[in-house]
Design a protein around this ligand. Structure first.
Ligand code: XMP
Ligand code: MG
Length: 190
């Protein structure tokens, strides 16, 4: 379980605004780089000798993770993206609106690349949809996992880091559209 070890308030001197929040480094650049490489190696081993897996990144949050992950892969892959909007609420069956879909996945070995699993609602809908479209197999690679928040029983096959119930930003993850560009993963201090 990742716990913050050092506090660093992000440099908000450029374009700072009253909306800035205090951020604390949870996972540093080098740690991310190392773990992403390990995940890529593990996935590469599992799919070695198979037909090219189709890596499906979930936008927007997974864009940086996906870019780093595929560049560490040891086998050829194909890349697609999906964009979904999830509705939070008490409905545990979950409902996601598909804003950008993935096609031509019949018979493919799909690896869903997600930034974070929280309640699991988004991921379970995505996996169900990909299965319905006739994928031969579906596995999930999530950079971050917050298992304590789970509402739907869904597990990733590959997990970068398991974290406590923190709201995190950076490395693709946002808070109201902000902080995706930060190279480390930060916890928002509350
Ligand atoms: P569920 O609850 O469906 O949610 O598993 C997954 C989606 O919720 C977003 N999410 C976060 N985004 N920091 C973020 O920037 C977080 O700590 C966080 N927790 C959940 C994210 O878009 C994910 O795909
Ligand atoms: Mg988000």
């Amino acid at each position: 379980m990742m716990e913050p070890r050092r506090t660093r308030v992000v440099d908000v001197s450029r374009n700072s605004s009253s909306e800035d929040v205090e951020l604390e480094v949870l996972i540093g650049k080098e740690e991310i780089r190392k773990r992403v490489k390990e995940l890529a190696e593990e996935i590469s081993r599992d799919y070695e000798g198979c037909e090219r897996p189709l890596m499906v990144g979930i936008l927007n949050g997974a864009f940086i993770f996906m870019a780093d992950l595929v560049r560490e892969m040891k086998i050829p892959v194909e890349i697609e993206f999906m964009r979904v909007k999830s509705y939070s609420g008490s409905d545990t069956t979950g409902k996601v609106e598909v804003l950008m879909d993935v096609n031509n996945i019949r018979g493919r070995k799909v690896v869903v690349v997600e930034d974070i699993i929280d309640t699991g609602i988004t991921l379970s809908c995505i996996v169900r949809r990909i299965r319905e479209k006739g994928a031969e197999s579906v596995r999930v690679c999530a950079l971050l996992d917050k298992p304590s928040r789970r509402v739907v029983d869904v597990k990733a096959d590959y997990v970068g880091f398991t974290i406590p119930d923190y709201f995190v930003v950076g490395y693709g993850l946002d808070y109201n559209g902000r902080y995706r560009e930060l190279p480390e993963i930060y916890r928002i201090r509350s």
